[in-house]
Ligand binder design. Structure first.
Ligand SMILES: *Cc1c(COP(=O)(O)O)cnc(C)c1O
Length: 382
């Protein structure tokens, strides 16, 4: 990555997005999915930057939302209502009403009580709500425990032992139509065998429904496909073909069932970097500190779940790595405001440009105004 001329007038930090990298990922995902007649809903929570959403709408993807604001954002960005799904353990009445008014495709429901509330609200509006049961498949995705969602101990979804009761109750809720089964086991999953295990579980659960003469119209396998944070420039990452082929081989859909996915990170992770400048280089006991003008307020992933991002000194690109290592930190008053410990960089000085790579997913969208810092802008290059 290079320091671009157009950046000279900009204040740092900011997010730099590459349209070509985004398009390449979207195109590869679309090709691999369409070949198998799979439907992809983009998980807005990964990044809801306006230009980025525009590109995703133009590609024809649907939207996966986890709040009323995301549903609103999806509708206003031009996603077709019949391609919007809405998950989340704590949907408020107002959010549910908004989604009903806009006739979204499906609510991915996470508890019996939620089903009852959606039923009441839909009935009061004279509507029938399409719902999918988000079932907790108890599959271990082998990822960081903070981004694991499909284990029984997690708050997400309906557990298998609650299915009998849920189904009995569902049959009495007249303003609901059981449309699908939904699963999502976690995020940043790089060991594809987890998805194979998911298929096995889904096949078992499908048989349970089939035994009760129930064949939902769709199965939604969620998202979670991981990316390679070590290789920010890898244009073939992630391998969508390998990912979808697992489901093609191991999932046993019933006739006429449509198959849906909710990818977030895998589509947008590589297209963004956080661009920052070095404010100070300060001696430390073991390693010196490189203090950036960007911090956990712009990119919280390292502080929140020990996430790794490659850090590059753009001003010293190509120069030999210094014999010493740096702790690269931000200006925020928290010790966890650290982008990397013992990072190998060339000799680094005040004013150097620094890129924190692979920040297109769960970066800008997680920004906060802690320390009353302003939100930073997005800059696109072609
Ligand atoms: C976060 C989330 C996704 C997307 O996860 P990625 O790891 O970004 O692919 C999909 N579905 C649901 C329900 C989610 O909460």
């Amino acid at each position: 990555m290079k320091v671009l001329k157009q950046w000279a007038e900009l204040e740092t930090p900011f997010y730099a997005y590459d349209r070509q990298v985004l398009h390449h990922a979207l195109q590869r995902a679309k090709t691999a999915a369409e070949k198998r007649n799979y439907h992809v809903h983009y998980a807005l929570k990964a990044n809801a930057e306006a230009n980025l959403l525009q590109s995703i709408v133009e590609m024809g993807f649907g939207a996966d939302c986890v709040s009323g604001q995301e549903v609103e954002c999806a509708v206003e960005s031009g996603f077709a209502a019949e391609k919007i799904v809405f998950a989340g353990v704590g949907k408020s009445d107002r959010e549910i009403r908004y989604a009903l008014e806009n006739d979204i495709y499906c609510f991915n429901c996470e508890s019996l009580q939620e089903l009852e509330v959606i039923d009441q609200l839909a009935a009061s509006m004279g509507k029938v709500a399409r719902v999918a049961l988000r079932i907790n498949p108890d599959v271990d995705p082998n990822t960081h425990r903070y981004i694991t969602t499909g284990l029984e101990e997690n708050k997400f979804g309906i557990n298998v032992w609650q299915l009998e009761e849920t189904l009995a109750r569902l049959q009495t809720l007249n303003a609901l139509q059981l449309e699908g089964l939904h699963f999502h086991i976690g995020s940043q999953i790089t060991d594809l065998s987890a998805f194979r295990n998911l298929c096995t579980r889904v096949n078992e659960i499908q048989r349970w429904f089939f035994d009760r003469q129930i064949v939902p119209n769709h199965v939604n396998l969620g998202g979670g496909l991981g990316i390679d944070y070590d290789r920010p420039a890898a244009s073939d990452d992630p391998d969508f073909e390998a990912y979808f082929s697992i489901f093609e081989r191991f999932l046993e859909p019933r006739p006429h069932q449509s198959i849906h996915f909710e990818l977030g990170r895998a589509l947008v992770g590589h297209c963004g970097a956080l661009i920052s400048k070095v404010l100070y280089v300060k001696p430390g006991i073991k390693t010196d500190f490189v203090i950036l003008d960007a911090g956990m307020t712009e990119l919280i992933r390292p502080a929140l779940y020990q996430a790794y991002h490659r850090i590059e000194n753009l001003s010293k690109s190509g120069q030999p790595i210094a014999p010493k290592k740096y702790d690269v930190v931000g200006p925020i008053c928290e010790s966890s405001d650290c982008f990397g410990k013992a990072v190998e960089l060339p000799q680094t000085e005040r004013g150097d440009w620094v890129a924190i790579h692979t920040a297109g997913a769960y970066g800008q969208v997680m920004a906060s105004r802690y320390n009353l810092r302003p939100f930073v802008p997005a800059v696109w290059t072609d």
